[in-house]
Write a protein that binds this ligand. Structure first.
Ligand code: AMP
Length: 422
């Protein structure tokens, strides 16, 4: 038999780790819901054109894209990120604006797998489509930061920049290109190649040899037009007013051309620099039109679940919620009574579990102890004959008075358990 394993660059998430995963998604959903964002579920694959974009990004997106021809010869791709799908859905269904949506979904990128970098990773994210108001930027940025606080990620830093717009960025790009071209010979080989495609991306380089040139490079922030300056000032003032701390990072650029104005990243101080981004986002006022809609401003962000959990590990945050049963039912009379009792307990909201396969009393007691449950309900032949159930404390505390075990009439046992657990 072949030995099957999860594909390279993917991983299985099993209990108990998956309980943290669920807690993280629950925290995100709560934040999003409180701010009026509704869940959007969109397909995991799209026409490849949805993900193909102009300019420099095309090559990068292409290289990492999980694309293929399906049996109907349609060229499709597994989604590399969430925004394009939500925007495609927006253009297709034209919902009322502002359209506020959140999602949790897998993303696929054909990257070289390494720590914190997978071929299938998962994102929580949200998009707000239909307003250019800087107050919306404040809402979205603050939400991403607040979510990190909810998780207990004290070392996450919010980095903020503005990328300008179609009025001021081209001028800046020309200036930046001139500057970098003049220093071409001292740039790393990779950055020389990047420079051809998009000078902005060179600012993203983490290579030490590029550092001096990048540090002295002209900054987009110094070239913003009046409208973009005013927008950025409003965003900053809004964040200040609600007490969201941030750092201006003039080197912060996003890989995709459709990003305009506000751009931000959440970086964990507890992770290695190469993989310290737990999330990022920004305005993408150009994307809706690029996907065939009428020009519509929008802003959003995405955060990597695996990356967030790594940051939680590093900070000792988001402890796994205990998934133990409250009550363990032991039945040595054949198992049917355990079926009925667990059903009755679960129906009133008590988590209850049991053994299977007609195990011995001793084996079932052992399973009950191992389970971490507070109480065991025991049904043996004696109890059954007496129309009763024995209730036993498993954590050393007496059930009632001094005894750690008592016998209770079967008809009242569920109420009795409720009272003991209250
Ligand atoms: P991006 O769309 O590239 O801004 O990615 C958003 C977030 O997803 C990043 O900040 C990371 O936390 C996470 N992420 C991106 N690529 C990967 C990957 N290959 N493996 C794990 N997490 C990733």
């Amino acid at each position: 038999m072949p030995e099957f394993r999860a594909p390279v660059g993917t991983r299985d998430v099993l209990p108990p780790e998956s309980a943290r995963w669920a807690a993280l998604v629950g925290a995100f959903e709560r934040r999003a819901r409180l701010a009026g964002y509704g869940l959007v579920v969109s397909p995991m694959f799209e026409d490849v054109g949805v993900f193909e974009r102009v300019g420099e990004s095309t090559e990068i997106v292409r290289k990492e894209m999980y694309d293929f021809r399906d049996k109907g010869d349609r060229h499709v791709a597994l989604r590399p990120e969430g925004t394009a799908s939500v925007v495609r859905a927006f253009v297709q269904h034209h919902p009322v604006t502002p359209f506020k949506a959140w999602y949790v979904a897998p993303s696929f990128r054909y990257e070289r797998p390494q720590a914190g970098r997978y071929r299938q990773h998962h994102q929580v994210g949200l998009e707000a489509i239909g307003s250019a108001d800087p107050d919306l930027d404040v809402e979205v940025v603050a939400l991403s930061w607040g979510f990190c606080q909810d998780l207990g990620l004290g070392s996450v830093e919010l980095l903020l920049n503005s990328l300008g717009d179609a009025a001021c960025r081209p001028r800046y790009l020309a200036e930046l290109r001139r500057y970098l071209e003049a220093r071409r010979s001292v740039l790393s080989e990779q950055s020389r190649a990047t420079l051809e495609a998009n000078p902005l991306r060179v600012l993203d380089s983490k290579r030490p040899d590029d550092r001096p040139v990048i540090d002295a490079a002209p900054r987009m922030l110094d070239s913003l037009c009046d409208e973009c300056t005013e927008h950025f000032d409003r965003v900053r003032a809004g964040l200040d007013r609600i007490g969201v701390p941030y750092e201006i990072d003039a080197r912060l650029v996003r890989g995709l051309d459709y990003y305009t104005r506000t751009t931000f990243e959440l970086a964990s101080g507890a992770l290695e620099a190469a993989q310290n981004a737990v999330g990022g986002g920004g305005r993408y006022d150009g994307l809706v039109a690029e996907l065939g809609g009428s020009p519509t401003p929008a802003i959003g962000f995405a955060m990597g679940i695996e990356r967030l959990l790594l940051a939680c590990d590093a900070e000792g945050a988001l402890a796994a919620p205990e998934a133990t049963a409250q009550v363990w039912v032991i039945d040595t009379t054949g198992g049917e009574e355990a079926t009925v009792l667990t059903t009755e307990l679960r129906a009133v909201g008590v988590s209850a579990d049991r053994s299977f396969d007609g195990r011995s009393m001793k084996a079932q007691m052992k399973a009950a102890d191992r389970s971490g449950a507070q109480l065991a309900l025991i049904v043996g032949e004696e109890e059954r004959a007496a129309g009763a159930v024995s209730v036993r404390s498993l954590r050393g505390q007496p059930v009632r008075g001094h005894a750690d075990q008592e016998r209770v009439p079967r008809v009242v046992v569920v109420e009795h358990v409720l009272r003991l657990l209250a």
